[in-house]
Design a protein around this ligand. Structure first.
Ligand SMILES: Nc1ncnc2c1ncn2[C@@H]1O[C@H](COP(=O)(O)OP(=O)(O)OP(=O)(O)O)[C@@H](O)[C@H]1O
Length: 266
């Protein structure tokens, strides 16, 4: 890796982390000046571009993206199970190019809210408007025991307007990004983490405008977990609206919006 390619990679990583263009340009210019003056190799001075960008983000913070046109609007969502009010007057607006995190304690209604946004569960009050196509990755389930990954790709791809060949090749290449070879085993023989990879691949088939992802990385190892966030940033860069349910608050710095449902179930 020469100096120019290292600087280009750094600029890309800073952009992906949501560092503002102005700050990103300054950081790259400063690194370029240092490298020119010192004559050192960038990997020796700063390490890998991704690691240096992450360190920069830690120190300067990232600027949440304002996003483009509204792709998902949930307004005044209320949901009761029996007498228990699980969601009360919850609003969320996500624009093109934004990632929103839905966070909160166990049982506060995160999955319920996402299912309502996906049209899988009805709300008792409020309205969801989705402006575009939608992909949904459920927390569990979502795959058919006796189908292979390829068969899932073809089935879901057909619903999203893909030919069999397009669906298979898109599914397999998305699986490879998650470090998974999409082996020809029936889903019932896949591990929990691998089934979740299948769910995530299915959510992205056909490039939907809105991605609703319910703890999509459960069971992933650390490397694949990072691959997931890389994928989420690529979706954001491609102008998608991404909603990720998580109960890990420290992911808030990876996203543009946070909807905290804790303490709203009354
Ligand atoms: N179909 C249902 N019938 C009755 N109660 C339900 C139903 N689905 C969810 N609940 C209840 O609603 C509350 C919210 O559940 P939900 O799964 O949305 O929470 P969550 O925040 O996603 O939880 P977790 O962090 O554990 O995944 C819980 O108390 C749950 O038991």
């Amino acid at each position: 890796m020469n100096v120019d390619s290292w600087l280009t990679a750094l600029a890309g990583e800073l952009h992906r982390h949501g560092v503002s263009p102005e700050v990103g340009r300054n950081v790259v210019a400063e690194a370029a000046t240092h490298l020119r003056d010192s004559g050192e190799h960038p990997l020796r001075v700063f390490g890998r571009p991704a690691a240096y960008a992450a360190a920069v983000v830690d120190s300067v913070g990232r600027v949440p993206r304002r996003g483009g046109r509204v792709l998902l609007e949930a307004v005044g969502i209320t949901k009761k199970y029996g007498k228990r009010v699980v969601l009360s007057d919850v609003d969320l607006t996500v624009r093109s190019g934004q990632i929103a995190a839905v966070v909160g304690a166990n049982g506060c209604g995160k999955s319920t809210f996402l299912r309502i946004c996906a049209g899988m569960t009805g709300a008792d009050g409020g309205e969801v408007r989705v402006h575009g196509s939608l992909g949904y990755c459920p927390q569990a389930g979502g795959t058919a025991d006796f189908l292979t990954p390829d068969e899932h790709f073809v089935l879901i791809g057909a619903g999203r307007g893909l030919t069999r060949e397009e669906a298979r090749s898109s599914g397999r290449s998305r699986a490879a990004v998650l470090d998974w070879p999409a082996e020809p085993a029936q889903a019932r023989h896949l591990s929990g983490g691998t089934r979740q990879k299948l769910n995530l691949v299915l959510a992205g088939l056909g490039d939907p405008d809105v991605l609703l992802l319910d703890e999509p990385y459960q069971g992933f190892d650390r490397g694949t977990y990072l691959d997931f966030w890389e994928q989420a940033w690529r979706w954001r860069d491609a102008g998608k609206a991404v909603v990720v349910v998580t109960h890990l608050l420290n992911q808030a710095d990876r996203v543009d919006l946070v909807l905290d449902l804790t303490g709203r179930d009354r």
